[in-house]
Design a protein around this ligand. Structure first.
Ligand code: S3P
Length: 431
């Protein structure tokens, strides 16, 4: 793992970048594409390690994969999938492990899912419990990886009320539900990202979504899926680092192209508007059921703090560390609440974000379910930062350093490769 020195920037960020492909949509392209009965071409597939983990798992399971160029591939499951005798390695990717737990529970073979040190500490009961209610057999290490899954074609549809708004939980159950007998319906208290539902709909699945007195629901029944080509929209979670950087680095003016603008992901844009950022959405369109557009962001000398809580949280769950950075440069106080699940991410993102940014000189306090941040005019920097196996912390520290006073050392910066190997190169293009 490589350490880097992150330097304050003394010139503005200017120009245009194309943001790399969305991680969540890339995973789903492989996973749901493999459930169709033919060849699916996926263009603009993520080069992040998490998506490569999903792809390698499917290659091990016998999926035919052909790369046309480094970001375009075709998959073909016409010969079906088969048991892999070794362990299927999800690496750092919670999405791979949780979605595949559901997917593999409904196959007629057994599988073992493993992960790296960080993933092996993350809670899996949130998917094991509903899947076992459907008739799955999953052995775990006290609710954590490795997961030993005895596949069965005899899963039963259930109606499940998830206590948390989690796209990984919802998608895991829907993927099991696709192979179950009858209907599978998942309720969640707030709407989490809906890429699974959008992609199933795109492939003409028998899937319904909506909301009623019990919450937001998605329900699925097995049906024939039509193979179609997919273009993966750009990752708004990656774009968030550039939106934040341009907002806090003096005189910046950038355009970020191809950003996925699915409403279940655009909480960061709502927050930027609320904070008084200078941001504009240009040229919106829809590709395979996902909205996409370009975003222009200019330096904002008058950012202001705000409260972030409730149903917006799932719409910006991955952006909270970088929102803390923005809040540190804003006037007044920002309070973030209802984000307790951040403790279960690649790191304990509440305590790790707060302690890293505090070290840099931010006035930030971790609470049980979020943060209290008082904006400051100047951030000192000049310290050593450990991202704790967490790509989003590494990138947040980098952006904070751009607008701080002194160089900081970020340890193990290669964690960014989990989602965004192009991160430093793209910053280079704007300077
Ligand atoms: C993801 C869902 C979210 C998010 C993660 C990706 C997905 O996790 O934090 O980075 O692709 O479904 P949760 O479902 O745990 O909130």
């Amino acid at each position: 793992m490589k350490d880097i020195i992150a330097k304050p920037l003394n010139s503005p960020l200017k120009g245009e970048i194309i943001i790399p492909p969305d991680k969540s949509v890339s995973h789903r392209g492989i996973i749901i594409g493999s459930l169709t009965c033919g060849k699916v071409k996926i263009s603009n597939f993520s080069k992040g390690q998490d998506c490569i983990s999903t792809l390698n798992i499917f290659k091990n399971l016998g999926l035919e994969v052909d790369f046309i160029d480094d970001k375009t591939l075709t998959i073909n499951s016409k010969n079906g999938l088969k048991e892999y005798k070794g362990s299927l390695d999800c690496g750092n990717s919670g999405t791979s492990m949780r979605l595949l737990a559901g997917y593999l529970s409904g196959m007629d073979f057994n599988s073992r899912l493993i992960g790296d040190v960080s993933l092996s500490k993350r809670p899996m009961r949130r998917v094991i419990e509903p899947l076992c209610q459907m008739g799955a057999f999953i052995a775990s290490n006290e609710g954590k990886a490795p997961l030993d899954i005895r596949g069965t074609k005899k899963l039963n549809g259930i109606t499940y009320f998830s206590k948390i708004a989690s796209a990984q939980v919802k998608s895991s159950i829907l993927l099991a539900g696709f192979n179950a007998v009858g209907e599978t319906k998942v309720y969640e208290p707030f709407l989490s990202r809906n890429h699974t539902e959008n992609m199933f709909k795109y492939f003409d699945a028998d899937i319904k979504t909506g909301n009623d007195a019990k919450g937001f629901y998605s329900s699925i029944r097995n049906t024939f899926l039509c193979p179609k080509d997919i273009f993966v929209v750009g990752d708004i979670s990656s774009a968030a680092f550039f939106m934040a950087a341009a907002s806090i680095v003096k005189d910046s003016d950038i355009i970020i192209k191809n950003v996925g603008l699915n409403e279940t992901r655009t909480g960061i844009i709502d927050v930027l508007f609320k904070m008084n950022a200078d941001i504009e959405i240009l040229d919106k369109k829809t590709v395979n059921n996902e909205d996409m557009g370009d975003i222009r962001v200019k330096y904002s000398p008058n950012l202001k703090g705000c409260e972030i809580s409730g149903n917006i949280i799932p719409r910006l769950i991955d952006e909270i560390p970088i929102i803390c950075v923005l809040a540190g440069f804003a006037n007044g106080q920002t309070v973030i609440k209802d984000a307790q699940d951040l403790k279960n991410k690649e790191s304990d993102r509440i305590n790790c974000t707060a302690s890293g940014l505090y070290k840099m000189g931010f006035d930030i306090k971790a609470t049980e379910d979020g943060f209290i941040i008082n904006g400051k005019k100047e951030i000192e920097g000049g310290c050593e930062l450990d991202p704790n196996h967490d790509h989003r912390l590494a990138m947040s520290y980098y952006v904070a350093s751009l607008a701080s006073k002194k160089d900081s050392l970020i340890k193990d910066f290669s964690w960014v490769n989990t989602s965004f190997p192009e991160f430093l190169k793209l910053f280079g293009e704007l300077n």
